[in-house]
Design a binder for this molecule. Structure first.
Ligand code: ADP
Length: 491
């Protein structure tokens, strides 16, 4: 309620303040005739203080938005040089007022970043106006962009007094300012750097500073560089780590999808992008994914509908899904308990840490059974592959195309005991049922599920837990059966 209150009040204050400022501006501009020097002086004071109040209100409003996670970010690919040019243009008046000069050095010409241009301008403006405030008259304030560890580092360096030691650890906290006399001298709210840090972090970046009393200060932030298309394909093909998890990112906004991919890349995931449900379905058919992020509002299908369909399909039934949407919370509330709990839900604007955490959690929940070990005895290559695809996300599978090999696995000393043997009967070197004797000799024997073209009566056969007939069993029934048998073994 307090947050709501602060936000409402700040909002409501903006309108009257804007008209006060506007009116004073018209008066000083001579609209209502000439004023005496005294009146001009008073209007000047009113004008300065209205500006200060507006800055404060805007900062408070930003802060409350950030704290409530409601600050909107519209990311797109931004050319760094254009951004720096705009920032310099925007601050020109302020630079003149403080009698300083901004000098830009960009060694990353053509460099692109994924950014909300307006918000990043706010960051640059804050760092540059702080530098201008503190720089000595006539100082050249350097704004530079360089490549640093695959990121672009933007820094602003002044030759001002430096930041007092006692202030340094708190510099990014709210309302931190050198001291009150200083505040009156240079103006400001003490919120600028706090907001700046939050914005930089929303861009997947980090901000820091170096300062030396009496020498000057450099504030710098690092933001991931977007590779040009050619470079990107190059990089990904060499950088593929066979062990890294592959995630399908389904979002109709290409920029947001690219941003998610960047966020995931930082956490070590690989990502493929689908811009609609149809593309997602095609990719899911073709590739194996550890998890999927799913937007709710897709052009061709509602995300929840797609989710339900994925749950119906044995190949994707277990795929961990993280909904990522502006409507995540609201949509979650509309769903039944099962969908609420079986998926993860992340709101936009996306908090990188939350997203990565949700994905890791979803994947690890799905892998809960991976310590369970199945011996699959089957001579048909296609069936072995199919079952491998259906199960290998959930269980460790050892495949054996012959009776002989199966015996070796079962009798192998020191091998981890199997939890289940999935057994075909018609094998090239004998009947699968011959294996039952071997299994009964094992201490703590595995469960046995006969999966065969023959319709056998398991009731008559010792220690066979269940049987299924190939032609009569759907993939889903098979997976469910295995889970129900083996699930009892999860302690
Ligand atoms: P403000 O709105 O007061 O500028 P900031 O959060 O941007 O708020 O800055 C907080 C404080 O950090 C400033 O009041 C000042 O004391 C110190 N500071 C920021 N930038 C510089 C700088 N370039 N040189 C010296 N001190 C600085």
């Amino acid at each position: 309620m307090k947050e709501e209150f602060v936000s409402t009040v700040s909002h409501e204050l903006r309108t009257p303040l804007t008209s006060i400022r506007g009116s004073i501006g018209l008066l000083t501009g001579g609209l209502a005739g000439e004023f005496s020097d005294k009146a001009k002086q008073l209007l000047g004071i009113a004008q300065n203080n209205t500006e200060r109040l507006l800055l404060l209100i805007n900062d408070i409003l930003d802060l409350s938005k950030i704290e409530a996670g409601k600050m909107d970010f519209h990311f797109k690919e931004v050319d760094l040089q254009t951004l720096l040019d705009h920032a310099i243009d925007a601050i020109e008046g302020y630079a003149k007022e403080h009698n300083i000069e901004f000098v830009v050095e960009n060694s990353v010409k053509g460099g692109m970043i994924q950014a909300d241009e307006g918000r990043l301008m706010q960051v640059l403006n804050n760092l540059m106006s702080n530098a201008a405030k503190f720089a000595p008259t006539g100082d050249k304030v350097r704004v530079s962009a360089v490549r640093h560890h695959h990121q672009i580092r933007i820094s602003v360096t002044d030759h001002g007094p430096g930041i007092p030691k006692e202030l340094q650890p708190r510099i990014f906290d709210k309302f931190t300012q050198a001291d009150s006399s200083d505040t009156r001298q240079v103006g400001g709210t003490g919120l600028g750097l706090n907001i700046t840090k939050a914005i930089v972090e929303k861009h997947n970046g980090r901000i820091a500073f170096v300062t030396e009393i009496g020498v000057g200060t450099t504030f710098y932030f690092d933001i991931p560089e977007i590779k040009t298309h050619e470079v990107k394909t190059d990089k990904t093909s060499t950088a593929i780590d066979v062990n890294s998890q592959r995630v399908l990112i389904c979002d109709d906004e290409a920029d947001v999808a690219a941003l998610i991919r960047l966020m995931l890349a930082q956490a070590g995931f690989e990502g493929d992008i689908a811009l609609n449900a149809q593309e997602a379905e095609a990719l899911l058919q073709k590739n194996h994914y550890s998890a999927m992020t799913l937007d709710i509002m897709l052009p061709d299908k509602d995300g929840v509908t797609l989710y339900k369909e994925l749950r119906e399909n044995p190949l994707t039934k277990q795929l961990p899904v993280v909904f990522v949407s502006v409507k995540a919370d609201a949509t979650k509330q509309e769903q039944g308990k099962e969908i609420q709990e079986s998926a993860h839900w992340i709101n936009k604007p996306i908090d990188e840490a939350d997203l990565v955490e949700a994905l890791k959690e979803a994947i690890s929940e799905n892998k809960i059974n991976t310590h369970l070990h199945i011996l699959h005895v089957e001579d048909d290559d296609d069936i072995r592959n199919l079952i491998g695809m259906l199960l290998d996300d959930h269980f460790i599978i050892t495949e054996s195309p012959t009776l002989k090999e199966a015996r070796e696995y079962l009798n192998k000393e020191g091998s981890s005991p199997f939890d289940l043997v999935l057994l075909d009967i018609g094998l090239p070197d004998g009947s699968g049922l011959d294996l039952l004797k071997d299994i009964s000799k094992i201490e703590n024997p595995p469960e046995i599920l006969v999966f065969s073209a023959d319709d056998i009566q398991v009731g008559h056969i010792d220690n066979v837990t269940e049987s299924l007939v190939k032609s009569k069993t759907t993939n889903e029934q098979l997976v469910d059966k295995i889970k129900s048998i083996i699930g009892k073994r999860v302690y």
